[in-house]
Design a protein around this ligand. Structure first.
Ligand SMILES: [Zn+2]
Length: 285
């Protein structure tokens, strides 16, 4: 059963109404493996009080609002890897959960070529409400889980799951996959090598994006500062737009992740029997 929390039960809520969904969902809360998954851009909801941010519905279905296919992919990965997974419910246009507050795109005024009218001229209370009711509960739940695992001495391998648009500002992207990291390449380099050894895919090395302290949250804050091995994964959206694609890529990537973690010395196969199926599963030709 997914769990979710009251976003702000001890104070007056200014943003989310009582009948609106919590800002996160946890899948597989009792999962047993070292893999720990986050999906910052899983959802595309906008709290009713924000009146769709002044955007037509068509804009809120595009990649600017969310990572198309990423939640489905992350759920397949969580199943294959026996991994804990947290998904953000609300659109990154409301507040981006993979940006520090100081980033100018934390609450973006523009994304690709779309201006976001509902993000213009926000007062301090409006900004605080988005932080307190959407960003912070999601990250507190993640931190609590990481603290709990640390207290139990459980190993954690952080994988953040994202997807990217095939065409951005008229530019076509050749990569199917991107492997992103900053200061700690233990898992990322092993994963990149495996994906390239497969021979079928164009894999970006810190492409189409690179991780930085200024533009990212999960990798610097959870991976680097806590010293947890990690990787940020990017998959092109057309490959995982439907369930069949999410299953195909989820199974393929799960097997790569297990083998990459083994090669990087982060897991021993004998320590993780639940993962063996992912390792030994044969790839379709
Ligand atoms: Zn993303």
């Amino acid at each position: 059963m997914p769990d979710s929390a009251e976003p702000h039960s001890d104070a007056v809520r200014r943003l989310l109404a009582d009948d609106e969904p919590a800002p996160f969902t946890v899948h597989r809360p009792d999962a047993g493996s070292p893999f720990f998954l986050t999906c910052d851009h899983a959802g595309r909801l906008v709290p009713r009080r924000l009146r769709a941010l002044g955007l037509p519905a068509s804009e809120l279905e595009r990649h600017i609002a969310w990572d198309i296919g990423a939640e489905g992919l992350a759920r397949v990965l969580a199943g294959r890897l026996d991994a804990w997974l947290i998904c953000q419910t609300y659109s990154r246009l409301v507040i981006d959960c993979n940006r520090p507050f100081e980033s100018p795109t934390s609450i973006p005024l523009r994304s690709e070529r779309t201006d976001v009218p509902g993000n213009r001229d926000l007062d301090a209370a409006a900004v605080a409400a988005r932080r307190e009711e959407i960003f912070l509960p999601y990250h507190r739940r993640t931190e609590d889980e990481l603290d709990r695992r640390a207290a139990l001495g459980r190993p954690t391998i952080l994988v953040t799951v994202h997807s990217f648009t095939p065409v951005y500002l008229d530019e076509e992207r050749a990569w199917q996959l991107g492997v992103l990291y900053q200061r700690d390449a233990r898992l990322a380099h092993a994963l990149l090598a495996l994906m390239r050894e497969d021979g079928r895919w164009t894999v970006g090395d810190n492409q189409p994006y690179a991780v930085s302290d200024a533009s990212d949250y999960a990798i610097p804050v959870y991976g680097e500062r806590r010293g947890l091995p990690h990787v940020e994964l990017e998959v092109r959206q057309d490959l995982i737009a439907d369930e069949a694609g999410q299953r195909e890529w989820g199974e393929r990537i799960a097997a790569w992740l297990v083998e990459a973690a083994r090669r990087a010395g982060l897991i021993q196969v004998g320590d993780a029997p639940a993962l063996a199926g992912a390792i030994h599963r044969r790839e379709p030709a």
